[in-house]
Design a protein around this ligand. Structure first.
Ligand code: ADP
Ligand code: MG
Length: 338
């Protein structure tokens, strides 16, 4: 008698959800990235009980065509890539087609979407059960509401930390997404209280002000540099404005927030001996490069990437920071005028 069978779609989605949907903040990240990929200029996020009771993301992006709505919830269903060639030349934040299927496998999802005003589609997907789409009068854009996260996977719930910790992770991810996308206006509400608001005027320093406060944002040094492969620009704090953790460092590659130890070290190296041991600057660094030079298909959450010519980029960054700090030391009055 045969013993091997292929797992059901629902079960494989729940397994995949283990990688993509670790906690409420992962849901927020995936939904907001979808909004950004849809070209939204306004993204409103509201969460209840740190996202465990409810997460809602409303955008004014392109919307989903009626026939595509149920398909969007299938595993590996995406509008963003089609061929192997596309996989190595990714221009969007998403491309794996896993997020909606994974989230809907471990929560109750209501999606409302319209590509043009008036004619839209509503659908409910609970624990992987895709409901029947209904036509509805909606404004253009997409609204995704996720209720009772992990209601059907109690083991997952056990790994969720206190509401305070989970909320902090949500705020953190919205901060990074906002810094990576100054052209998008974000709001974040928790239990109906406004936690964060960015202007969305495309100005990085203004976005920084919305996140770290006007005084800090104003005191930071702007820098930019480029070589044949990379264009780097950003803001970094003066050596006396530091924090005890690396959490205030944000690196973006082609608009995607990433974590990278080599780049973190390169930034710090730019300060030479000016930083005290155990202290880190506040910085946001935006890097533009040919997507062919970065492999984003390393990890399901895509926060770790593989870079070709990483050493060259690191050197470019160190040098840019070094030169900017040196230029500041030449004119000490500038420090007093900030
Ligand atoms: P991916 O983002 O990797 O393509 P997802 O599961 O996150 O996979 O989404 C599946 C598809 O659903 C997307 O490729 C996109 O076509 C559509 N989609 C999801 N969210 C939105 C949104 N907010 N606006 C427009 N289309 C969306
Ligand atoms: Mg996605």
């Amino acid at each position: 008698m045969s013993k091997i069978h292929q797992l059901s779609e629902t079960l494989s989605n729940q397994i995949a959800a283990g990688e993509v949907v670790e906690r409420p903040a992962s849901v927020v990240k995936e939904l907001v990235e979808n909004s950004i990929d849809a070209g939204a200029t306004q993204v409103d996020v509201s969460v209840k009980d740190a996202g465990l009771a409810q997460i809602q993301v409303v955008d004014n992006g392109a919307g989903i065509e009626p026939d595509d709505v149920p398909v969007a919830f299938l595993r590996h269903a995406t509008s963003k890539i089609l061929t192997t060639r596309d996989l190595f030349n990714v221009h969007s934040l998403g491309f794996r087609g896993e997020a909606l299927a994974s989230i809907a496998a471990v929560a109750k999802v209501n999606l409302e979407t319209a590509t043009t005003a008036g004619v839209g589609t509503k659908i409910q997907v609970n624990g992987g059960e895709i409901g029947t789409p209904e036509t509805a009068a909606l404004r253009p854009g997409t609204q995704v509401q996720v209720d009772d996260l992990f209601y059907n996977t109690p083991a997952r719930l056990k790994y969720v930390k206190s509401q305070q910790t989970e909320l902090a992770k949500i705020v953190d991810i919205i901060n990074r997404l906002a810094l990576a996308n100054p052209q998008v206006a974000f709001t974040l509400r928790h239990n109906d209280n406004l936690m964060l608001k960015t202007a969305g005027h495309g100005d990085l320093q203004q976005t920084l002000a919305g996140i770290y406060g006007v005084t800090t944002a104003k005191s930071m040094l702007d820098f930019e540099s480029q070589d044949l492969d990379f264009k780097v620009h950003g803001f970094t704090s003066l050596p006396d404005t530091t924090r005890a953790s690396r959490n205030y460092l944000s690196f973006m590659i082609n608009g995607r927030y990433i974590k990278n130890l080599a780049l973190t070290k390169a930034l710090i190296a730019g300060y030479g001996s000016k930083l005290m041991v155990g202290r880190y600057p506040i910085a946001v660094i935006a890097i533009e490069m040919d997507p062919l030079l970065v492999d984003v298909n390393v990890h399901p959450t895509k926060q770790e990437v593989r870079l070709s010519k990483e050493d060259n980029l690191a050197q470019l960054l160190t040098q840019a920071v070094q030169e900017r700090l040196a230029s500041e030391n030449l004119i000490p009055e500038a420090l007093h005028n900030l």
